[in-house]
Design a protein around this ligand. Structure first.
Ligand code: FE
Ligand code: FE
Length: 247
């Protein structure tokens, strides 16, 4: 959250701001005074809970084991876990194809690393299911079906060994990462709301890895791939293949 120009860091304006906003926003003001964003991570939100006195008792903490009386939100949460469990398993099959199709060693290595992380993501989800007293189960995720299909089309439509292929594959892979970030981000927030602290921490670990992968892919693209791809022409590609359809 951005501070307004009048909301400077001087003690006087802080006090004035607190008085204006009332006690409900004290936690937020103190975070802003420290220059922090409004909390978004699992640990940030837990800190807010403790600052606002909204602490979980030992009994509440053990609610992760509580099986009875599933709420609508819990049902939705479980469905989303199944969705991302299915998605991660599809990615175990899709990432090696991206790695094989990539032109540069940098991109191949990034996919190889992320494949290992994805194996961990599957294991973490299995732990989450266990903590909830449920069997790991996937539910067909239409989004990941579409995103992986799009990546396959991109491979078919770009020249093998070209930088353009890497530039295109990176964008396809980032669409997948963004889908995972949205899902894990939402699940972490829901787990915090439901006070499933251990589960929110596990999911947050994966969320951070997905975010790092997204940033790493941007770095690879911007390093040299996009620039070199800009110099590749349709002419040289088709000429090299000796295709007459080029006119
Ligand atoms: Fe993942
Ligand atoms: Fe991922």
């Amino acid at each position: 959250m951005k501070q307004s120009e009048t909301d400077s860091n001087t003690p006087i304006s802080e006090e004035a701001n607190k008085a204006k906003q009332g006690p409900m926003t004290d936690t937020k003001s103190s975070n802003e005074a420290k220059g922090d964003e409004w909390p978004s991570s699992a640990s940030d939100l837990k800190n807010v809970r403790s600052l606002t006195g909204n602490q979980t008792s030992e009994e509440e903490k053990n609610s992760e084991k509580k099986p009875a009386g599933e709420s609508l939100l819990e049902k939705f949460f479980n469905d989303q876990l199944k969705d991302i469990y299915y998605a991660e398993q599809q990615l175990l099959k899709a990432i090696p194809k991206l790695e094989e199709a990539a032109t540069t060693e940098e991109l191949k290595e990034a996919f190889s690393d992320h494949l290992h992380q994805t194996q961990k993501h599957v294991k973490r989800l299995e732990k989450v299911f266990k903590l909830l007293g449920k069997k790991p189960e996937g539910k067909k995720c239409e989004a990941i079906e579409g995103l992986t299909k799009e990546a396959e089309t991109i491979i078919k439509e770009t020249k093998e060994g070209s930088m353009t292929r890497d530039a295109a594959i990176i964008i396809a892979a980032q669409k997948v990462e963004h889908y995972e970030i949205a899902t894990y981000g939402g699940l972490v927030q829901l787990a915090i709301t439901m006070e499933l602290d251990e589960i929110s921490d596990i999911l947050d670990t994966t969320l951070m890895e997905e975010e790092d992968t997204d940033l790493q892919l941007t770095d690879i693209a911007e390093g040299f791939i996009n620039i070199e791809a800009q110099d590749e022409t349709n002419y040289s590609w088709l000429q090299e293949k000796g295709q007459e359809e080029f006119a």
